[in-house]
Ligand binder design. Structure first.
Ligand code: FAD
Length: 329
């Protein structure tokens, strides 16, 4: 009965949803392979240990905490060295990371240090005998590769949103450990994190994304997209590259091959044609709704629900319907 490892991402002293998704994934794998323990690692500035209980609430039996003033920002060398040391010591079946911006930097470093396989940007996984079988979108998501990965430990980075974080309460054993290398001795020292609009829900964290394209006609019409997102209450606003390139929206809102990769529960595409580069970033969303006046628009090929019509007329009606539905619950 092997144990499973989860790296729990945090930022500014708070756990990220993708971090809890990694814990849930580790819990599922441990339960599916005979009920081994889940060991989680969280690293951050002093105070991050207060989050150990929450990590236990999502299914970790052991939470190892590294607290250091030099870890207020993600420090690639220190975090990779510490995670590799912990995983290397643990005889783990698998180790879960997120394929977030941070995880895309971290997981390959850890895999290289340990000389083990990494299934990157994974949208689903299961065990099959000695192997862990994963699904991994390639070619801008037009092809889903199924990879069978053997050896131990197998490292997996999960596409944000591909696993829903679920509570599985435990009272974890908490241990404070030292970083594998002194943050002051790292060759790369992060100085500053420039966040876009920190008041907004992050695209990688939001269960609902309302996204707009050139079909909105003018930047001021994004107000309609924002209104719908606000009506949901738990939604973020995304955009196509056509509109970020035109300066209607910040580049941080861009979804697609050269933007963010997202897998929310619900993705509403408003006036978006469905170019392959855009689909690459959102086609793994669980439910896709498209609004487009052109019934031949490619976005309808991957949409679960389609509305053919003028987005400027439909959005206010939809927003009102969502508001009413929210009020009645
Ligand atoms: C190397 C490369 C990388 C790229 N990376 C990305 C990326 O990461 N993300 C990305 O999004 N794009 C990317 N692109 C650009 C991509 O190819 C498309 O040009 C872009 O996604 C189109 O954006 P759009 O759907 O907003 O605009 P358009 O393709 O112009 O589509 C607008 C849509 O709105 C509809 N419409 C118009 N008026 C209305 C109305 N009143 N009501 C309802 N519907 C209406 C139209 O029917 C049309 O389908 C990339 C391109 C290249 C070459």
């Amino acid at each position: 009965m092997a144990n499973t490892f989860a790296f729990v991402e945090s930022r500014s002293g708070e756990l990220r949803r993708v971090g809890l998704e990694a814990v849930t994934a580790a819990r599922r794998l441990a339960d599916a392979t005979g009920g081994g323990e889940v060991h989680a690692l969280v690293m951050g500035a002093p105070g991050i240990s207060a989050k150990a209980e929450m990590i236990g609430a999502y299914g970790a039996d052991v939470v190892e905490v590294v607290e250091h003033a030099g870890l207020a920002l993600y420090s690639p060398e220190v975090v990779a060295a510490t995670a590799a040391a912990r995983i290397g010591d643990g005889s783990y079946r698998a180790a879960f990371f997120s394929a977030s911006a941070q995880g895309k930097d971290l997981a390959p470093r850890v895999a290289a240090k340990l000389g083990v396989s990494l299934g990157a940007d994974v949208t689903a996984f299961e065990t099959s005998g000695d192997a862990i079988v994963v699904r991994h979108p390639v070619n801008t998501g037009k092809v889903i590769a199924t990879l069978s990965i053997t050896g131990t430990p197998v490292l997996l980075s999960l596409r944000p949103g591909s696993v829903t974080a679920e509570r599985a309460p435990r009272t974890p054993r908490v241990a404070t450990i030292a970083p594998a290398i002194d943050p002051a001795a790292a060759r790369v020292v992060p100085r500053e994190l420039l966040a876009g609009n920190t008041a907004k829900l992050d695209l990688g964290e939001a269960p609902v994304i309302v996204s707009g394209g050139r079909g909105l006609r003018a930047p001021e019409n994004f107000k309609l997209v924002e209104d719908l997102a606000a009506a949901f209450g738990n939604a973020a606003v995304g955009a196509t590259r056509a509109v970020t390139d035109d300066g209607w929206r910040p580049h941080t809102d861009q979804i697609g091959q050269t933007g963010r990769l997202v897998s929310p529960d619900l993705y509403i595409a408003c006036g978006i044609s469905g170019a392959i580069q855009h689909l690459a970033g959102m086609r793994t969303s669980k439910t896709i709704v498209a609004i487009n006046k052109d019934r031949e628009a490619p976005i309808f090929k991957i949409a679960d629900y389609g509305v053919v019509g003028d987005v400027l007329e439909i959005l206010p009606v939809l927003t009102e319907a969502v508001r009413k539905a929210k009020q009645s619950h």
